[in-house]
Design a protein around this ligand. Structure first.
Ligand code: NAD
Ligand code: ZN
Length: 359
């Protein structure tokens, strides 16, 4: 990834920690402390895979700090606990930290790295499918009770080490969550790829080589966008397809009670419905996506559980909203996103249409 201020590599493959870390031997040996912040579930499953080669290559004992599993780690309390740990063990600007876990762990640890003593180097070691999106591009964040990702920064990692062998322990729901962002990347970039994805009978049967191909493709789409617009002034906004309504679903259901990707999947259908309402996109695309997502096992129940007024109160707080207007990413065609101002009536109509389909 080449941004204005930073160049870094994304390594993707099976059992790659040792070989990838060895390329950073000098940096790791120079560090006064090396710390792994790890999702507590991932710690038990894959912690050693990273810790052992890191100790050998850095030539020092590595400190390990476990974070609550998943989305609950993106709370201000965890953020503070990470800083306290770094201070207690005497970390300085010469220390290096690692985030080992899913997107939640990467987001909070990235934010810790960007704020500890005004910024120290960190490595992203993602362990979920969704992290092909979250670990690349340098967005870091924690949640505020009033809204998702409300506190955060742009801060690029030293490198991303994506060991896909860790994906073998992912629960089915997390596979679905991750694949939602893969579908998002296809929707904004490539009709053919989208078609191929939606035609799979089930994501549970996809082979690891296919996952690898999707992840690499997703990372390439994301990389191209981040390189053009690191700070989300223009095209990077397109990566938020499905996220305006999706974040509202996620926040109103309760962080961690529904996966990020499942909320985004619902938001993608709403975005396509809105695109059709505005006569940007040909009719039928939203329905096709809805049917494919239903076939894969995505749940739409939360749409029935929340009224539009409740969802709108979150959407109006969205980071893309300004002067009370709702700014949505929509599609002119599959593969061609655009920004659009959407009225409350438009969203209400799309919400009601989706509810009818679900019932
Ligand atoms: P997650 O980090 O919440 O992890 C989901 C669950 O899977 C957790 O319970 C975790 O313990 C478990 N888990 C993780 N890896 C595992 C493994 N290999 N085996 C078994 N269990 C495992 O979920 P996620 O979907 O990776 O990330 C979602 C977060 O990413 C959201 O907070 C979202 O906002 C954020 N995100 C950020 C960006 C960005 O650009 N920064 C982009 C997309 C999403
Ligand atoms: Zn997302």
């Amino acid at each position: 990834i080449d941004t204005k201020h930073k160049h870094y590599e994304v390594y993707v493959g099976s059992h790659i920690y040792e070989s990838a870390l060895s390329l950073y031997t000098h940096q790791l040996q120079k560090a006064d402390h090396v710390v792994i912040f790890v999702d507590e579930v991932v710690a038990n499953l894959h912690g050693e895979k990273l810790q052992k080669p890191l100790e050998t290559i850095s030539g020092k004992a590595v400190h390990v700090f476990k974070l609550p599993a998943g989305e609950s780690s993106k709370a201000v309390e965890t953020f503070m606990a990470c800083h306290s740990f770094l201070l207690e063990i005497g970390c300085t600007r010469k220390s290096i930290i690692f985030a080992l876990g899913g997107g939640a762990c990467g987001d909070v640890v990235g934010f810790v790295a960007s704020t500890f003593m005004r910024g120290i180097p960190f490595f992203q070691c993602p362990t979920t499918i969704l992290a092909h999106d979250s670990a690349v591009g340098g967005k870091t964040a924690i949640n505020h009770p009033q809204g998702k990702n409300m506190i955060g920064s742009f801060y690029q990692p030293e490198a991303v080490l994506f060991d896909v062998s860790t994906l073998s322990t992912l629960p089915q729901q997390e596979i679905l969550s991750g694949m939602a962002e893969v579908i998002k990347h296809a929707l904004i970039s490539d009709q053919q790829w989208l078609q191929e994805l939606l035609e799979f009978p089930s994501f549970a049967d996809i082979s690891s080589t296919q996952y690898l191909a999707f992840l690499v493709k997703g990372i390439q789409v994301k990389a191209a966008i981040v390189e053009e617009d690191e700070y989300e002034q223009s095209v990077r906004k397109y990566l938020n397809l499905g996220h305006t309504y999706g974040h509202a679903i996620e926040a109103s259901t309760g962080f961690g009670k529904i996966t990020h990707g499942e909320s985004v999947a619902i938001g993608l259908v709403i975005a396509l419905l809105l695109s059709e309402e505005k006569q940007l996109l040909d009719q039928g695309n939203a329905r096709k996506l809805f049917e494919a997502l239903t076939k894969f096992g995505y749940s739409f129940d939360s749409v029935l559980e929340h009224g539009i007024d409740e969802l709108l109160s979150y959407m109006k707080r969205d980071k893309k909203a300004s002067f009370g207007e709702l700014h949505f990413v929509l599609l002119e065609q599959i593969g061609k996103p655009c920004m659009n101002i959407v009225s409350v009536e438009d969203v209400t109509l799309a919400h009601e249409q989706l509810r009818k389909w679900i019932k």
